[in-house]
Design a protein around this ligand. Structure first.
Ligand code: NAP
Length: 506
């Protein structure tokens, strides 16, 4: 189904000379923009109408002309009448659109080309609905409201404004937490969204690049019915999940988009966003990945009775599924991913772990998921941890043994699993074991960057079967994809995305 109206991909241009602006207009078109916004207030010197002529004569795409004054977060600090004269000259030279602030005198400007704009760089206006209604009642052709987002629920408020408006509307929640409003603008039928030519060329906080919108976020494929997914975390900007899942949707032909969701620590922040999602069934929000620090909050929100048994034991949910009727389900794909990577490498079913000696190094979040799963399948587990008390607490909870790191010299186990960061990028020379103890047949390093850690190199040299953190990482993304879509995940596509990211990061 096509979107209600074709949402323009607008490239804001913040060049300091008219000549550079002209060149950037062609580049924006080449990268998929439908329109450019000429930010005249970024020019080193105020332009004359003669400067504007070559920019507005036969432009490659539609042109929005903006000369934002300092009082609205722009850079123009000259005379207001000179600013309005510049906009009038742009109109006479054929600019498609003129961005005019709500407090400006727009009487001499053509109303059918005005984008009437309001900006709030502090927060979401408390009177957002009244403000939107006032814009709707004005003679201007298009409404624009941009405000700073405190959390991703503010992005949903921006989408509400677009949906409720009688006129074409741009509503944007600025900042990293608001990026969903920019990505989903097309699904909701906004007038447009902004995408920069390059990283760092933003005219407002949180603008993705054109390449991110058209490539990573599948702009050209978004429709009114596209299902929405995302990853909740803090921080979340480094997460590979949007790249993995969007590539997987593309490869598998799934009508979905996956966005990053920056939610500050604290159950109240988590709850506020989930409540906001569930109050808007028209979003078609179907799934959420949950990472640090919200996995416990996810379990509490979904409710233990709607989570899988091991998620309850571990005390953490990393996957939420939202059914079309709004009901929720919580899963923990971390443990399943780890245990299946191990069992696949050993060529045994999960039940085949019963009675096998397993040493787990570390007692943090990753160790907890593994110890819960291993003891569930009746493996004989010993936790070795630097802080013995923490190791003992974990061991007591899951009825297994604990030892300090000084006991590693006498380690006797068939399987060793490293759940510490020893050997992780950038300190790749470190290794949790100086030698591979006799009798060890399988070594699993949960670290995925680098894929081949020093521990795994030692293990291979000693003839052990090796399991990588990459196997575990890809498994958990595959499990999420299959849980949400009910279709087989394109595993090799997902694995290649991770490898590409790791190569470019190191
Ligand atoms: P975490 O909760 O911070 O726990 C870290 C554990 O490592 C703790 O037991 C800590 O011991 C121990 N540790 C830290 N630095 C150490 C050092 N210098 N020497 C000895 N022990 C040390 O971290 P996590 O979330 O469990 O992550 C641990 C590892 O798992 C990371 O390397 C991560 O890459 C990996 N992981 C992989 C995946 C995947 O999908 N492949 C997913 C999650 C995690 P203390 O208790 O003494 O502090």
């Amino acid at each position: 189904m096509p979107p209600r109206r074709r949402t323009k991909l607008i490239c804001p241009l913040t060049c300091t000379s008219p000549a550079a602006l002209r060149g950037a207009m062609d580049q924006a078109k080449a990268r998929g923009a439908d329109a450019v916004e000429l930010r005249l207030d970024y020019l080193a010197a105020p332009p004359t109408p003669e400067d504007l002529r070559p920019l507005l004569a036969d432009p490659p795409v539609e042109v929005i002309v903006t000369c934002r004054p300092v009082r609205e977060g722009g850079r123009f600090d000259g005379d207001e009448s000179a600013r309005l004269a510049l906009l009038r000259a742009a109109a006479e030279l054929g600019a498609n659109w003129l961005d005019v602030e709500t407090d400006a005198d727009a009487d001499n400007l053509p109303a059918d080309r005005i984008i009437l704009s309001h900006h709030d760089f502090a927060c979401c206006p408390t009177d957002l609905d009244a403000l939107a209604a006032r814009l709707d009642e004005s003679p201007a052709a298009v409404n624009k409201i941009a405000f700073a987002a405190a959390g991703p629920e503010d992005a949903l408020r921006a989408l509400d404004v677009i949906r409720a408006a009688a006129k074409p509307t741009l509503a944007l929640a600025m900042g990293e937490a608001g990026v969903t409003s920019r990505i989903l603008a097309r699904k909701i039928g906004a007038f447009g969204t902004f995408g920069t030519l390059t990283p760092g060329a933003e005219s407002a906080p949180g603008q993705p690049t054109l390449a991110e919108l058209t490539g990573l976020y599948r702009w050209g494929e978004l429709t009114e019915t596209t299902a929405v997914f995302g990853v909740i975390g803090c921080p979340v900007g480094h997460s590979m999940s949007p790249a993995i899942h969007n590539a997987a949707f593309s490869a598998a032909g799934v009508d979905g988009v996956y966005v990053p969701l920056l939610i500050q620590p604290g159950e109240e922040h988590f709850r506020r966003f989930l409540d906001a999602v569930r109050a808007r069934p028209w979003l078609d929000w179907r799934g959420l990945s949950v990472t640090i620090p919200h996995k416990e909050n996810a379990l509490a929100y979904v409710g233990a009775d709607r989570c899988d048994e091991l998620a309850r034991k571990i005390g953490a949910v990393n996957t939420i599924t939202i059914e079309p009727d709004g009901s929720l389900r919580g899963d923990n794909t971390d443990y399943a991913a780890a245990i299946d990577a191990l069992c696949d490498a050993m060529g045994i079913p999960r039940e085949g772990l019963a009675g096998r000696d397993v040493a787990v190094l570390g007692a943090g979040g990753a160790a907890r998921a593994l110890v819960a799963a291993l003891t569930h399948y009746r493996a004989i587990v010993t936790v070795y941890n630097r802080t013995l008390a923490r190791g003992r607490a974990l061991a007591e909870e899951f009825a297994c043994a604990a030892a300090g790191r000084d006991a590693l010299a006498g380690l006797r186990a068939e399987v060793v699993i490293n759940c510490t960061p020893l050997g992780m990028h950038p300190r790749v020379d470190r290794c949790p074991l100086t030698d591979i103890p006799p009798g060890v047949r399988v070594i699993f390093d949960t670290i995925y960057n680098p894929v081949e850690t020093r521990l795994l190199r030692r293990a291979r040299a000693a003839g052990c079967t090796c399991v990588t953190g990459l196997d575990m990482f890809v498994n958990q993304a595959v499990a999420q994809f299959e849980t949400w879509t009910g279709t087989k995940a394109p595993r090799s596509v997902m694995r290649n995305v991770v490898l590409k990211h790791l190569t470019s990061a190191s």
